[in-house]
Design a protein around this ligand. Sequence first.
Ligand SMILES: C[S@@+](CC[C@H](N)C(=O)[O-])C[C@H]1O[C@@H](n2cnc3c(N)ncnc32)[C@H](O)[C@@H]1O
Length: 227
Amino acid sequence: MRKRPHRRTCTPPLEPAIKAPTPASWAYAETFVPEDDVLARARARADELGCSAIAPGAGAALGVVAAALKARAVVEIGTGTGVSALYLLRGMPVDGVLTTIDVEVENQRAAREAFAEAGIRPNRTRMIPGHALDVLPRLTDSAYDLVLLEAGALDVDEYLEQAVRLLRPGGALAVDNALHRDRVADPAQRDPMTTSIRELGKAVRDHEQLLPALLPTGGGLLLAVKR
Ligand SMILES: C[S@@+](CC[C@H](N)C(=O)[O-])C[C@H]1O[C@@H](n2cnc3c(N)ncnc32)[C@H](O)[C@@H]1O
């Protein structure tokens, strides 16, 4: 039999192996999925209320995860003015319900406005005011397809324990702001917020029930699937 000529099938690796995108590629990726007027207004309300909304690239990634999981039951910790919630709700099936928790009633009022503008039926959102660690223990075990956590809380172990308890096997945990303004990757940054986010990342990475990946989109989107 005639021997086929050997053909190189892989392109040689780029040097160095780990290469950060240029600012142009970063901006291109972050704005790759354009935001509509409803999202833009929700984002503007977030600025007014001093609450930092999820970045567009991370929001789009969340929507993809929600759609891929066909997530019918999602928990969000930190409603803000509803930017991440809009991405989630648009990715979820039309009968999916988002349970979203926030201590700030004013932020949730702004989110409600965004949901109405987006034409989201009121029965698709369950808005719970209160401190997340008071609310989460009341939610049912293994009943959720996706849990979104805003990084920054200091009680890392409790949040992680609650999130894993709520997820069904095959469900996913998402943590926004996991790189915290480039501070998490820098070991010299040891303020309590950065340290707690770094610890949460390690706890997710080392958790025996979680399969993790850290996406450097937006403020850093840590994803993990519950086995
Ligand atoms: C960065 S914002 C959330 C942004 C939102 N996920 C988005 O992308 O539009 C953080 C929110 O978490 C809320 N928050 C902070 N600590 C909380 C807690 N312990 N329990 C519930 N909500 C909390 C704040 O009031 C704020 O609205």
